[in-house]
Design a protein around this ligand. Structure first.
Ligand code: ZN
Length: 154
């Protein structure tokens, strides 16, 4: 990867860290989950408001390192307005990307592209995954009608 690309990724990431999206508390939440990444100390709270099978609104509050906060902000940006099926697909692609798998050509990642650089830093992968794991667990628990415990990337 070229230095220019690395710098671009870092700039996008830092912008999300400084101005995280999705910080406005929802008046009505259909889904709530919390996540933590003990290896770094990142903690995250997430609420989703649904409209049928679409994500109408999302609240993400992450207290942690730049990677976890930025990843949560990008998640909020990306999944708002999408269907649950689309959201699950994107989450699977992001998980795969962080494990070094190829991203399918027909997927437009937008700012999430900047998380590509994280896979070179194994201790940061869990930070980048925290918001996605919290989301996936929340959606899976809802489908199963189960109680959710706090999600963890450990
Ligand atoms: Zn972290």
């Amino acid at each position: 990867m070229s230095d220019d690309l690395n710098n671009l990724y870092r700039d996008i990431l830092m912008e999300h860290y400084k101005f995280p999206r999705g910080r406005k508390k929802l008046e009505h939440a259909d889904i709530h989950n919390e996540g933590q990444n003990p290896s770094c100390g990142d903690e995250l709270e997430m609420e989703l408001q649904l409209d049928g099978d679409k994500i109408k609104d999302i609240y993400v509050s992450c207290v942690g390192c730049a990677v976890s906060v930025a990843s949560g902000s990008m998640l909020a940006d990306t999944i708002k307005g999408k269907t649950l099926a689309e959201v699950k697909k994107i989450a699977a692609v992001i998980r795969g990307m962080l494990k070094g798998e190829d991203v399918p050509d027909n997927i437009d990642l937008g700012d999430l592209e900047s998380l590509r650089g994280v896979k070179k830093f194994p201790v940061r992968i869990k930070c980048a995954l925290l918001s996605w794991t919290t989301l996936i667990d929340a959606l899976a628990a809802r489908e199963q009608g189960a109680e959710i415990r706090t999600s963890t990337t450990e």
